[in-house]
Design a protein around this ligand. Structure first.
Ligand code: NAI
Length: 283
């Protein structure tokens, strides 16, 4: 299974980062989103990231240009016809993801691997929407993608060993560290992280302390680089809420009940850094 051409679905904060690291590792990348505007936003973010690397002396201007030239834009999912690996990083919503995987299954060549960057949705269920469940796998990058080392690789019930091996090898080529996990709600990362974030929101909701105090306790007391509320803003409060709902539904345990305050913020459109306001305000 040779991977040369990679397609990334969704040019948001995760998809953009994934496209960037694939292009940096020499893959030919097609970045797909619903509109040219979304693609433009994604490409601008990639350009800014790469320029920062040039300023810091980590890459030359020529390398940056070569990297950008390896990324082509697409608003047509039929462009999957040229891909060996497709990494889906659209919104965290099962209906949206299964729709995309059905279309990819029809458009992509028979040998192509279909991966999802989902934070919590069952890979086995996404795979069942296709006629190639053995070629469907979870490839869960961490945010920000260019910085974070880990990729959680999730085996669905039917994922073939050779597909797992190919994805693990590719992850190493991206200079990332693969960790194998099985397909259960939230996998490992978000099963542990999200209940902590949700508990921080409850702590704020119940008036135990201010948001700054909650974040300070976790930063200075537990040596976390970011406080949980800051981190929630960075991840996106909509994504945090989706993941808590998946854990709550998947395990049927009230300990995963999303905090009403988290729900309220999402309803208000306060989604965190990406909308300029979450627990904190951003310019
Ligand atoms: P985002 O909201 O920044 O980007 C999502 C992008 O997908 C948008 O540009 C949107 O236009 C596009 N999109 C939606 N439907 C589409 C479709 N049918 N076809 C093509 N593009 C479509 O979201 P973000 O944060 O990048 O999350 C994407 C995925 O990555 C989610 O599944 C999320 O759970 C997962 N993830 C998020 C992390 C985070 O820290 N935000 C960390 C790890 C995984």
């Amino acid at each position: 299974m040779t991977i040369k051409n990679v397609m990334v679905i969704g040019a948001g904060q995760m998809g953009g980062g994934i496209a960037q690291v694939c292009a940096q590792a020499g893959y030919s990348v097609t970045l797909n989103d619903l509109s040219q505007d979304f693609l433009e936003r994604g490409m601008t973010a990639i350009g800014k990231n790469l320029s920062r690397s040039v300023e810091k002396g980590r890459m030359s201007e020529e390398e940056k240009e070569a990297c950008l030239a390896r990324i082509s834009r697409s608003t047509d999912i039929q462009d999957a016809a040229h891909a060996d690996l497709i990494i889906e990083a659209a919104v965290e919503n099962m209906t949206v993801k299964t729709e995309i995987f059905k279309k990819l299954d029809q458009a992509a060549p028979a040998h192509a691997i279909l991966a999802s960057n989902t934070s919590s949705l069952p890979i086995t269920e996404i795979a069942a929407a296709t006629k190639r469940p053995e070629k469907v796998i979870g490839m869960h990058f961490m945010n920000p993608v260019p910085v974070m080392k880990l990729v959680e690789i999730i085996r669905g019930l039917a994922t073939a060993d050779e597909v797992y091996q190919a994805v693990e090898e590719m992850t190493r080529r991206l200079n990332k560290a693969p960790v194998e996990v099985n397909d259960f709600p939230g996998f490992v990362s978000n099963r542990i992280l999200m209940p902590m974030i949700n508990e921080a929101v409850y702590t704020l909701f119940e008036g135990v302390a201010t948001k700054e105090a909650i974040d300070d306790v976790m930063k200075m007391g537990m040596n976390h680089p970011m406080g949980p509320l800051e981190l929630a803003d960075f991840i996106g409060l909509d994504t945090c809420l989706y993941i808590m709902e998946i854990l709550h539904e998947g395990f049927g345990d009230s300990k995963y009940r999303p905090c009403p305050l988290l729900r309220k913020y999402v309803k208000a459109g306060w989604l965190g850094k990406k909308t300029g306001r979450g627990f904190y305000e951003y310019n």
